[in-house]
Design a binder for this molecule. Structure first.
Ligand code: NAI
Length: 410
């Protein structure tokens, strides 16, 4: 894969990203990030490259590292370095030591703003690089797991700078987590296995935004879908959406395909693995590779073979074989290319505008986790609708008054 293929993919993705393209023009005319050092830890994909282009056109001095050892697309990284002169510290397939070395190199730029997908930058700053805190005005966080970690840091009283939780914007998680993960998770599993989904019994652990997206697409492809949950309301939603719901230990012997989407640890352990039928396929769509306990899988196995690209066969001592996609790392970015650009258009528009917001509010925000301002969230939805050529109704003055009053009743 070459710089040229990376460049072409970036341009192709840009075609599906009209909101970001518009922001690039706006940032070029009126640059909000001039001289601002931004360190970003994101999946190095064509979509991220387009965010990088926007930030650069806004005047940012950008350094980029990867937020997962398996999600970097090397041709995109090459093109970013050569065609866009962006500092990129990322390579697909690095080990844990190299992964953290790349983060350290990215942080060596002494950022004013951090952009995270999973909170690894913030964690490194707050543990091993505290001297950098004096330069930092704020940061953004892209994903659910990162927001969970940052809220825990804030709750412990140790968070040292304000963070905008991009994940929590409606124009982000309703679309990215749901439709993005829904489609790209299936894409990753199919690229790795080429199985026929129709008729398969698929078990989805977690019926949050990602889980419901994945379940819906599996159902659409003809799977019989079982949901496992720990939250009663989500479980009830899954039932009313037409799925079977049961504890994972019960689903373990029924499933042929298992997908974890919880953001939790040890969702699938040896207790479940032992019960799974011969040939069952396991994949994870959650942020970290902790949802399927791979050590348990190793312990139960007598042999491990890579049988296809990103598909490992585990021969269990009980005679069965289980198949793990992409080493249990987030399957859509490791075995496929991540979310389609059209959905990352919304997520990264939130990122760009949240960074602009942090610059405008430099020194005014206390260290805490903040939502994306509602006006920004709404503006992004409006811009996307406009790009899609869809117009909607507006409230008449009478309706606006009615909807903000209490006097009129029966
Ligand atoms: P969410 O909070 O909306 O949903 C998670 C669901 O899992 C909740 O309903 C929770 O009750 C359930 N859950 C937790 N522990 C469980 C367990 N042990 N068994 C069964 N259910 C359990 O979170 P969201 O947005 O769906 O994100 C899930 C994970 O996916 C996170 O790690 C997030 O960072 C990641 N993510 C991955 C993406 C990708 O591209 N692969 C994109 C967006 C998010």
């Amino acid at each position: 894969m070459s710089r040229e293929s990376g460049r072409k993919k970036i341009i192709w993705a840009a075609r599906q990203m009209p909101v970001l393209t518009l922001l690039a023009e706006r940032f070029k005319t009126n640059p909000p990030l001039v001289g601002v050092r931004v360190a970003a830890c994101l999946h190095v994909t064509a979509e991220t490259a387009n965010l990088a282009r926007v930030l650069k056109s806004g005047g940012a001095d950008l350094s980029l590292c990867a937020s997962n050892p398996l999600s970097t697309q090397d041709d995109i990284a090459q093109s970013l370095r050569s065609d866009y002169k962006i500092k990129v510290y990322a390579k697909r397939g690095v080990n844990s030591k190299e992964y953290y070395k790349n983060i350290a190199e990215c942080l060596a730029s002494k950022p004013n703003l951090t952009v995270d997908d999973g909170a690894d930058l913030v964690t490194q700053v707050h543990s091993k690089n505290k001297r950098l805190l004096k330069n930092i005005w704020g940061g953004t966080e892209e994903t659910t797991t990162g927001v969970v970690r940052l809220r825990a840091l804030a709750k412990s009283g140790k968070l040292k700078y304000p963070i905008v939780a991009v994940n929590d914007a409606l124009s982000k998680h309703l679309f990215d987590n749901q439709y993005g993960t829904g489609q790209s998770t299936i894409d990753g599993i199919l690229r790795a296995t080429n199985i026929l989904l129709a008729g398969k019994v698929a078990v989805v652990a977690g019926y949050g935004w990602c889980g419901r997206g994945v379940a819906l697409r599996l159902k659409g492809m003809g799977c019989r879908v079982i949901i496992s949950e720990v939250n009663a309301t989500k479980a009830l939603e899954a039932i009313m959406d037409g799925y079977q719901v049961m504890p994972l230990i019960k689903a373990a012997s029924l499933g042929e395909l298992f997908i974890t989407c919880t953001g939790d640890i040890d969702v699938i352990t040896s207790d479940h693995l032992k019960l799974m039928p011969d040939g069952a396929i396991l994949a994870n769509a959650g942020h970290f590779d902790v949802e399927i306990n791979i050590k348990d899988l190793d312990k139960l196995s007598s042999q491990k073979t890579l049988v296809r690209h990103e598909l490992t066969e585990y021969k269990l001592k009980n005679g069965k074989a289980l198949y793990l996609v992409a080493e249990g790392r987030l399957v859509n970015l490791s075995a496929a290319e991540g979310h389609p650009a059209a959905v990352m258009d919304l997520s990264f528009a939130n990122q760009a505008l949240s960074l602009e917001y942090l610059v405008k509010h430099q020194g005014l925000l206390k260290p805490a986790v903040y939502p994306v301002p509602a006006e920004i969230d709404k503006e992004i939805a409006q811009l996307k609708l406009k790009a899609l050529g869809v117009s909607i109704d507006t409230l008449t003055p009478k309706q606006a008054k009615y909807l903000s009053s209490w006097q009129t009743g029966t």
